[in-house]
Design a protein around this ligand. Structure first.
Ligand SMILES: C[S@@+](CC[C@H](N)C(=O)[O-])C[C@H]1O[C@@H](n2cnc3c(N)ncnc32)[C@H](O)[C@@H]1O
Length: 196
């Protein structure tokens, strides 16, 4: 039986959906620790990421159970992939960019990218870094400049920093002021969210 939904909750859903960014997404590349996965999803919800792509070929998608961000997972659409080529092709929208994290000599700092463009960022496994077949398809590397003795951040922290940079740029460009989804997509999402 369908639950009654209050006017207040409807308004909250409307506001959140109107700020969702349909063309800003992450690819989780075999991130295995459920705490990290949960934390990444929580940041996605916070910065208005609507869809997340899961590339799990060497690790299993973790059981998130009732972890603290179970509620964040509820508001993000997850898409599973096993074919890196097909996934990158779909995400490489016209005028857009697919980036991966990395520190090779051609990598550029996060502040150098234009995140107002349709963007997908690959966040990778805690130990192995980016899957080689994915790296071969995604030449552009983004990094968060590190000033300390330790060489890398926790993957969920890296995700939050990259998303915050994207949020800052998009917010400045007014991209959170009007819905990025069209009316039909919004209606479908609204109907789905009312039932959650
Ligand atoms: C602990 S790091 C992985 C370190 C791994 N040994 C490697 O060679 O990539 C886990 C993930 O966090 C992200 N990450 C960590 N530090 C980063 C940074 N400074 N800039 C961008 N991404 C970072 C990347 O997605 C990385 O694959």
């Amino acid at each position: 039986m369908r639950r009654e939904i209050s006017e207040k909750r409807k308004q909250r859903i409307e506001g959140v959906l109107s700020r969702r960014q349909k063309d800003l997404t992450l690819i989780m590349d075999n991130i295995w620790d459920p705490h990290n996965v949960s934390a990444v999803l929580r940041s996605c919800d916070a910065f208005g990421v609507s869809d997340v792509h899961l590339y799990y070929t060497t690790s299993q998608w973790p059981d998130l159970g009732r972890k603290s961000s179970g509620s964040a997972k509820k508001w993000i659409r997850l898409h599973q992939h096993v074919d890196a080529g097909a996934m990158v092709e779909v995400l490489n929208q016209e005028g857009g960019q697919v980036l991966r994290t990395g520190f090779s000599p051609t990598a550029r700092p996060v502040m150098d990218f234009d995140f107002t463009r349709p963007t997908a960022v690959v966040l990778s496994n805690e130990h192995r870094g980016t899957s080689p077949e994915l790296a071969a398809l995604v030449p552009d590397e983004v990094y968060i400049p590190m000033q300390g003795m330790v060489q890398s951040l926790n993957v969920s922290v890296a995700a939050a920093i990259i998303l915050y940079e994207a949020f800052t740029q998009r917010h400045g460009a007014g991209m959170y002021d009007a819905p990025s989804f069209g009316a039909a997509e919004l209606a479908a999402l609204r109907a789905d969210w009312y039932g959650r």
